[in-house]
Design a protein around this ligand. Structure first.
Ligand SMILES: *Cc1c(COP(=O)(O)O)cnc(C)c1O
Length: 359
């Protein structure tokens, strides 16, 4: 949370303007801040990231099949299915759990219209290869960048990648506006449809051409975003310290796999995934999850199960062959991570884990 007084100060003028939603002064102020922070020409903010993703799909007029990852929060796959499209699941890389770009091309058919990859845990996708494949086959690319706020790769912000990138500003993310989300893009032609789709499809005249939804970000959300944006680099720096402490504790244990950091990426440390090898450790992910829970420490089984195994997907497509994703989903835990987490608490969490693993 930003300092309470700063949020109160920020919302005060809303009592003068009586402007509560519909792209008011707070929305405009937040927008300016984000354009600058992301270094992009265009942005549109919405009430949450999920709605933003559905609107991105509608604005690009996607049809048929979309190649995506099953190793993500259900929202990514839900947006595809709810838009009447068929998700085609690509396996993930062992190394950073993003889409394995060597496996994309064999999944392309004449029905494929787009690729929707996820920068999962803030591990940025192999964007160069995705761009090459998309160009070659005439496909659109929408990144689910919900985990990638504040990150750069090769000096570019993740907001600059693909046709559109979605960010989530949900309360649980690195950066939040209570609920919220946005789409960043470079093609100016998308501005009008994106704006219309988020407010019922309304545009200048009285007719509605595009069947839109209501996904407007309100002024209180925007004000929270304005306040948090001032502190996001501080939040990220504090998270980095936490991750370094985790690495010191868990970095050299045979059977515990951590993601390696790449030197061309500036990370936001949004999640700390740990993969447990049962053969080597004699205990599995569920054992560790339970031992931590018994001590009131709540790790998450992110991302388990794979979205491709969820009932809403099994009702619309045939099973996917994604052995790596399956293995990681069965063995991964994300450990507690937030900017106010005490380093001593991290030592305690790691002590519980290492004690179990050495027995
Ligand atoms: C949080 C999240 C979303 C959805 O964002 P909301 O703002 O919560 O609607 C989508 N995709 C991923 C990968 C997420 O983690």
């Amino acid at each position: 949370m930003p300092p309470f007084e700063e949020y109160c100060e920020e919302i005060k003028s809303i009592w003068d303007t009586r402007w509560l939603s519909n792209f008011g002064p707070k929305y405009q102020k937040f927008k300016k801040g984000l354009l600058d922070y992301f270094n992009v020409p265009n942005i549109h903010m919405f009430t949450n990231g999920h709605q933003a993703l559905e609107i991105a799909i509608a604005a690009l007029g996607l049809k048929g099949e979309v190649i995506t990852t099953p190793f993500t929060f259900a929202s990514t796959t839900l947006a595809i299915v709810r838009s009447g499209l068929t998700p085609v699941f690509c396996d993930i890389s062992e190394d950073d759990y993003t889409m394995d770009t060597d496996k994309i091309e064999s999944l392309i058919t004449e029905r494929t219209s787009a690729i929707i990859p996820v920068h999962v845990y803030g591990n940025v996708c192999n964007y160069k290869e995705i761009e090459r494949i998309a160009r070659k086959h005439g496909l659109k690319v929408i990144y689910d960048g919900a985990h990638s706020f504040g990150e750069t790769i090769d000096g570019k912000t993740t907001a600059q990648l693909g046709d559109i990138t979605m960010f989530s500003f949900h309360a649980t993310k690195v950066f939040h506006s209570i609920e919220g989300g946005c789409l960043t893009y470079s093609d100016d032609q998308l501005a009008a449809p994106l704006h219309a789709l988020g407010q019922f499809g309304l545009s200048k005249n009285e007719d509605i051409a595009l069947p839109g939804t209501n996904a407007k970000m309100n002024e209180f959300q925007a004000a929270m975003g304005v306040c948090n944006l001032k502190y996001v680099e501080e939040y990220i720096a504090a998270r980095k310290k936490c991750v370094e402490r985790y690495r010191e504790n868990l970095g050299n244990i045979d059977g515990i796999k951590l993601c390696e950091e790449k030197s061309n990426i500036k990370y936001n440390y949004s999640y700390f995934p740990v993969v447990f090898d049962r053969e080597k450790l004699g205990v599995d992910r569920d054992d560790v999850f339970k031992a931590l829970a018994d001590n009131n420490i709540f790790a998450r089984k992110y991302f388990y199960p794979l979205t491709s195994d969820m009932t809403f997907v099994r009702n619309v497509t045939s099973p996917a062959e994604t052995p790596v994703a399956k293995k990681i989903a069965s063995n991964v835990l994300t450990l507690p991570l937030y900017s106010e987490l005490a380093l001593e608490d991290i030592d305690e969490i790691c002590r519980i884990i290492t004690d179990m693993c050495s027995h």
